[in-house]
Design a protein around this ligand. Structure first.
Ligand code: PEP
Ligand code: MG
Length: 863
């Protein structure tokens, strides 16, 4: 391509444009094939993006290569993992060698057919001729096939060349030590101005800037020397406040690198130097703000406070989940294959972490942790250590684990506790990559009866740990409405979230009492005295006896003392849940959270997978109603294989039903899978995160189209009342739906403007806030006027303390977590509905959630 010449590529398909980095296949995301753009297609005919010659049409017809003016080579790859379809669902309209003009149809594909077997239709348009040309401009937003400009390709400029070289040097620097010095440049002494010295965050900033230079760079302190591109090495220098460093560089751009890094160190490496020296390094997500009614014993150093994410009491030895405790083969014979496996695992982990950072939105602490993990993952010293071991005959998994452990031990030896604490981060990220190398999640085994302590817990970890019979769970990150919390509640495992980070540094094995009975006073008590242990054991015994009585009566209906019947249904996520729910007295399923079937997988479930899962649940329920909620991801629930644009406020962005608009094939496919399920009782479809009438009407039309196409009988359609706008316009919504399900978790979040996953706000997220109660009241009244059915499926329905006020507001259906059913039913039987109504009326006039709680407190409660 000649200087000044540019080639415009038109969009070959219509649909939202997705950055290539977000494509859930590292081959594309990491630009292994080349730079490009992805489109999530809404059209089915692939058009030529420019005049070109078809140089290759893949035998499976899912990919086509074009050669355009100026030697520009373009690959268009339809879908992810579509090669396995062996051409099924694709019809080629051109042949190899054909000359095509811009906008000409190249191939057609059957999206429904493809999505039954492949995880995604995302289509990648990749520039192959990397050396000669580069993308100089790229579009964003939504593309129109044959009309929108997708990208401009121009000759690779020198500057772009340099930048590219620098960044690939950075990446290469991640896998091998910097080149040897040729001509060295050494800076003058520069003192570390940071109040805590060169700790993790500034070290990460320094390393990441150093990696943008091709030069070999080191940092010297008192005769010791560290690779400036390695966070671990920088931390190991132990440079405290005022430490006198010298930056030494050699090779390409050495002088520029030294000047830039000196300037960065002087400026505090991104830290606010005016901050009080005593400020903690990472704002501890530890203790939530105290719940209004709680008093806490702050004087006892053995007590670690958090919030009760799943209520209960547990006594057992502390078990810390060790991400590095994985069985791996020590030796391997094929060095090249093992080196490639290591790179692949690192690249998977990198992608996983990037998605976690992108999904963190404004949860700055979370984004910060995962960004720090990203820098540690690419640490050249750790990677070099692992590669050397592989070359010496070790397997990639063994070599990586030993390299991480060695660096971990060095860091943990640091006398500066802030630096030593970063050892845990290295262990964590090392374990993440190790899971990709070793396969599976065996790292998370914990003895039955133990109290597990971890930095974070994923939904799948909670399920596995519950299966292993652990007595309780504690995590530093997370809140009461995370999916891990929802699962812990449904599995009946006590869970304390938002605990202090210091817990991670404790020795495992000590006896602990996890007291998560009370949201405000939930805590882990370490090394209880004999008297404390006796008291807790008595409490545990009494709770078990009460529970046995409640379970014995679980199959009976829940009717108040004055004869008002309240249906108690279950919130579930799987067929196992459905079977347990039926055993514990569920009168149906009020909420099937389908998204949990979409988590913790590498690819999306196919329609057939989904129907099979729904059918197993319907079979377990017999003639009881089944309410299937469509996919509710986005916000606090990112999916690794469904790229969503990074958003500043993901909880206010593309989540719930809004995903349906962005990925229409997913919503349609899910509707089809739901309609294909044979349900003997009421068959209900529930739409999540609806905020305006047009979203509902659009989805309603799609459902009806699919129903007609499939010739299925009508199903009931309902909306979640999770956004205040829906409660306020409940009369308008009631005209369009068959039922309402009030999701108080989100309704509270959006009414009180409090992020539901925020650990520090967890204690103040109370659905009994009078503002939320007023919205429930408005919804119930509008539903009653139209004779629409209304239930509550948010966590407040599972709170025995709250049931009285909900019944008083006229709610006659509660959908609760599986384990809460026996207790909620027995609570209803103790109540008098007429007195509940008086109580609700009073609650609506109160000012705060604390006042409502006080009204409901034992002694003041009706019944
Ligand atoms: C809710 O928001 O109350 C609800 C039940 O939905 P989820 O917790 O799955 O967002
Ligand atoms: Mg919700």
């Amino acid at each position: 391509m000649h200087p000044g010449e540019f080639l415009t590529l038109l969009a070959p398909l219509s649909g939202p444009i997705v950055p290539i980095e977000s494509v859930p296949d590292p081959v594309f995301a990491d630009k292994v094939v080349g730079d490009g753009i992805s489109i999530d297609p809404t059209t089915r005919t692939l058009l030529a993006p420019c005049d070109a010659t078809v140089t290759q049409l893949h035998a499976a017809r899912h990919a086509i290569t074009l050669s355009a003016a100026g030697g520009v080579e373009i690959l268009i790859h339809v879908g992810i993992d579509t090669v396995g379809l062996k051409g099924e669902g694709f019809t080629a309209l051109v042949e190899q060698g054909d000359r095509v003009s811009a906008g000409q149809a190249l191939l057609e594909f059957d999206a429904d057919h493809i999505l039954r077997s492949a995880p995604s239709l995302l289509t990648q348009i990749i520039l192959l001729s990397g050396e000669a040309s580069a993308i100089v401009e790229r579009a964003s937003g939504v593309a129109t096939a044959g009309a929108s400009r997708l990208m401009s390709v121009g000759p690779r400029r020198r500057a772009a060349d340099d930048a590219q070289r620098a960044s690939s040097a950075g990446e290469a620097g991640a896998s091998r030590p910097p080149p040897r010095a040729t001509v060295g440049v050494t800076s003058a002494v520069v003192a570390v101005p940071n109040p805590h010295g060169l700790h993790a965050r500034p070290a990460a900033v320094l390393a990441s800037e150093a990696r943008s230079f091709a030069a070999a760079i080191s940092v010297e302190l008192a005769g010791r020397n560290a690779n400036a591109k390695s966070v671990v090495a920088l931390l190991n220098l132990g440079a405290g406040p005022g430490a006198e460093l010298r930056i030494v560089a050699s090779g390409s751009e050495a002088a520029r690198a030294v000047a830039r890094l000196v300037e960065l160190v002087r400026s505090g490496l991104g830290e606010d130097l005016s901050a009080a020296p005593a400020a903690p390094e990472r704002a501890a997500p530890a203790s939530p703000a105290p719940a209004p009614r709680a008093t806490r014993s702050t004087d006892d150093a053995r007590r670690f406070h958090g919030v009760s994410a799943a209520p209960g009491l547990a006594i057992g030895p502390v078990c810390k989940i060790d991400p590095l405790a994985v069985e791996v083969e020590e030796h391997a014979t094929d060095t090249e294959a093992e080196l490639a496996r290591l790179q692949k695992a690192l690249s998977h982990t990198r992608l996983e972490l990037k998605l976690l950072v992108a999904g963190s939105g404004k949860r700055a602490e979370q984004a910060e942790i995962f960004s720090a993990h990203l820098t540690m993952l690419d640490d050249p010293d750790v990677i070099t250590r692992a590669e050397v071991a592989i070359v010496e005959g070790k397997s990639a998994a063994f070599a990586w684990r030993e390299a991480v452990m060695a660096s971990y031990r060095e860091l943990a030896r640091q006398s500066n506790p802030l630096l030593a604490a970063r050892a845990n981060d290295l262990r964590d990220v090392g374990g993440r990559a190790l899971r990709h190398l070793a396969g599976g999640d065996e790292a998370q085994a914990a003895p039955a009866g133990s109290v597990v302590v971890a930095e974070t817990l994923t939904p799948s970890e909670v399920v596995r740990l519950a299966d292993q019979g652990v007595a309780g769970l504690v995590s530093v990150l997370g809140g009461t409405t995370s999916h891990a919390a929802i699962l812990a509640r449904s599995l009946g495992v006590p869970y304390l979230a938002g605990a202090p980070g210091a817990l991670l540094d404790l020795e495992a094995g000590a006896t602990a009492v996890l007291d998560a009975l009370d949201v405000g006073e939930a805590a882990l008590l370490l090394r209880p005295t004999d008297a404390e242990l006796d008291a807790y054991r008595d409490r545990l015994g009494a709770r078990r006896a009460l529970r046995a009585r409640q379970e014995a009566a679980a199959a009976e209906r829940a009717v108040t003392r004055d004869g008002v019947r309240v249906a108690v249904l279950a919130n579930i996520a799987s067929a196992d849940d459905a079977r347990t729910a039926v055993r514990l007295g569920a009168e149906g399923v009020g909420l099937l959270r389908t998204e949990l079937m979409f988590f913790d997988r590498a690819t999306a479930p196919t329609e057939a997978d989904q129907t099979a899962a729904y059918q197993a649940i319907a079979d377990a329920l017999g003639d009881r109603p089944l309410t299937i909620r469509t996919l509710d991801v986005g916000g606090d629930k990112p999916l690794s294989y469904m790229p969503l644009p990074a958003e500043d406020n993901p909880l206010l962005g593309i989540r719930g039903l809004r995903i349906g608009a962005l990925h229409p094939t997913i919503l349609r496919g899910q509707f089809r899978a739901i309609l294909a399920t044979r349900v003997r009782g009421a068959h209900r479809v529930l739409l999540p995160m609806v905020s305006s009438l047009d979203e509902l009407l659009e989805a309603k039309q799609v459902l009806e189209e699919e129903r007609r196409r499939a010739g299925s009988p009508p199903v009931e359609l309902g909306v979640m009342v999770e956004v205040p706008s829906v409660a306020i316009q409940a009369d308008r919504f009631a005209a369009e739906v068959d039922f309402f399900s009030i999701g108080t978790n989100d309704l509270t979040q959006y009414t009180l403007a409090m992020d539901r996953t925020h650990p520090r706000l967890a204690g103040r997220q109370d659905a009994l806030h009078p503002a939320v109660l007023r919205l429930i009241d408005a919804t119930v009244k509008a539903a009653q006027r139209r004779e629409r059915h209304v239930g509550i499926c948010g966590a407040v329905a599972s709170d025995p303390e709250a049931v009285a006020v909900l019944i008083g507001l006229g709610v006659t259906e509660l959908s609760v977590s599986v384990q809460a059913m026996p207790e909620v039913k027995s609570k209803i039987r103790e109540l008098d509905a007429a007195r509940c109504r008086e109580l609700a009326k009073a609650a609506l006039d109160l000012g705060t959630a604390a006042e409502v709680r006080a009204l409901l407190a034992p002694g003041a409660r009706p019944g």
